[in-house]
Design a protein around this ligand. Structure first.
Ligand SMILES: Cc1ncc(COP(=O)(O)O)c(C=O)c1O
Ligand SMILES: N[C@@H](CCOP(=O)(O)O)C(=O)O
Length: 466
């Protein structure tokens, strides 16, 4: 399997090289050159398998000959052995047709652990025995940062520089990052919002003088391996609800369009997906794009679901590429226009292609709080604000009555205790593994968010290319 860039100009790479590169050299994002598919029998054959074994079956076609099946199995068993629930990503029934897919039983209590625990092991495997040292530059609105830090703290061959926006992540999220004091972890708080942090990361990759000095890599969902690992739980959930004989809909609280794009990949691989509901908060660029073809970024409004406070959703480029006959030149032009004006219109083909599988919704703060109260009162489930946005959209989606609807529960409620308590009156307790978070020492550096300040800070500390 080879990986091609959405902007068409970078050399195709194998899985190992695409994972280590993160972003393509032409500024695009890697995608497999074709979608591997599973037959109905192969999908039925996933029933009853453990999460780790399901992961092997789904990911094997993507890794090509860069890993043996036995190596992949050992990595999946190690990654998912760190989850606190035997099912890894259990399904919880809320009422006759609504389910939660709990993705927060990993070490940092958010869905990011599902991919990042695996990615940490991949980096280790691919770098073992080489003299390569990766400089990972990442941006987080709260959850990617802690999951990446947990997965990579103390590992040889890797330094992590993680940018988060000052005051725009919850206290628990910040502390999960800044209390990890391993020497290879560097937390940088920037004045600005997540979009600025993400733009700085891309600017560093695209700056030849800077990028040429280090071996840069990515842990954000710009890295294909992140999305590949997230495809697994769509299959895992759907077969439990009757796939391939029965189609299932998913409602996905969305920000950077990574998680829901993994659902799109599952559908391309043959999983019967009735609908993918893209649920946004008031930072609704994706809802406007999917409902009216208007992909234009406004300023980011801080909300009680901070991890979704994103206006430039990097993975949307992958969808546009796949819906636009995989024409890299055309996408490069479309994205260059967006980077200049912060606005673009979807083509008719892109809008029509997206409408076949996606629906979208913008959920206001009052409806989010109402969904938290409903889950508590009707099903005894305390859910976090991000999950509540997905659930609110799921409950009012226009779908046939016999289609089960799975809302992705993307974070543990205790990560956002204040917002949950405001809505429901219930204060969720921090699980034991992070129970002492507020007693730990914090360490981070605050910078002004300019390219010069951030790249200068990293350049002083990163390992130069050998
Ligand atoms: C808790 C939570 N929910 C939802 C999202 C949105 O996911 P994505 O950025 O993959 O669309 C994020 C951030 O990525 C998150 O941390
Ligand atoms: N919501 C994310 C933002 C980064 O998204 P990613 O999936 O591209 O890493 C976060 O919590 O950091």
């Amino acid at each position: 399997m080879r990986y091609i860039s959405t902007r068409g100009a970078a050399e195709p790479l194998d899985f190992r090289a695409a994972t280590l590169a993160g972003l393509a050299s032409d500024g695009g994002l890697y995608l497999p050159e074709y979608w591997p598919t599973l037959t109905q029998e192969e999908i039925s054959g996933l029933r009853g398998l453990s999460y780790a074994e399901t992961a092997v079956r789904i990911m094997l076609p993507f890794v090509g000959d860069t890993l043996t099946e036995a190596e992949l199995r050992a990595m999946c068993e190690a990654a998912y052995g760190r989850f606190s629930h035997a099912a890894v990503t259990p399904l919880v029934q809320l009422d006759q047709r609504h389910f939660l897919l709990e993705l927060f039983h990993g070490p940092t209590l958010a869905f990011k652990d599902v991919a990042l625990q695996f990615l940490g092991l991949l980096f280790e495997k691919f770098l073992a025995g080489t003299d390569q040292h990766l400089t990972i530059v990442g941006a987080t609105s709260g959850d990617t940062g802690s999951a990446a830090i947990d997965a990579l703290a103390g590992r040889e061959h890797v330094d992590v520089f993680m940018l988060h926006p000052v005051g725009r992540v919850s206290d628990v999220q910040r502390r999960q990052m800044t209390t990890v004091l391993a020497p290879n972890i560097h937390n940088i708080a920037i004045h600005g919002d997540f979009d600025q942090a993400q733009a700085l990361v891309k600017a560093m990759f695209n700056d030849a003088a800077f990028a040429g000095r280090f071996t840069l890599s990515a842990v954000n969902s710009i890295n294909w391996a992140r999305l590949m690992a997230q495809v697994v739980y769509y299959f895992y959930a759907a077969v439990r609800l009757g796939a391939p004989e029965r189609a299932v809909a998913f409602s996905v609280p969305t920000g950077n369009f990574g998680d829901v794009f993994a659902g799109y990949v599952a559908a391309q691989m043959g999983l019967p997906v009735a609908k993918l509901i893209v649920a946004t908060n008031v930072n609704d660029i994706l809802h406007r794009a999917l409902s009216a073809g208007d992909y234009s970024a406004g300023t980011v409004t801080p909300t009680a679901a901070p991890s979704m406070d994103i206006q430039v959703s990097s993975n949307f480029e992958r969808l546009l590429f796949d819906l636009g006959w995989r024409d890299g030149g055309a996408i490069a032009e479309q994205m260059r226009g967006f980077e200049t004006t912060k606005a673009m219109r979807l083509t008719n083909a892109q809008s029509e292609g997206a409408a076949a599988l996606f629906a979208s919704d913008r959920v206001e703060p009052g409806d989010m709080a109402e969904a938290m109260r409903w889950a508590c009162a009707e099903a005894g489930q305390v859910i976090d604000p991000h999950t509540a946005i997905g659930l609110a959209a799921a409950r009012r989606a226009d779908l046939p009555a016999d289609v089960p609807v799975v809302t992705l529960a993307t974070a543990h409620a205790a990560k956002f205790g204040d917002a949950v308590e405001r809505a429901t009156g219930v204060r969720p307790a921090l699980p034991g593994r992070v129970g002492d978070l507020f007693d730990r020492e914090e360490r981070y550096t605050t910078l002004d968010g300019s390219f010069a300040a951030v790249s200068g800070f990293i350049a002083e500390r990163a390992m130069p290319r050998g």
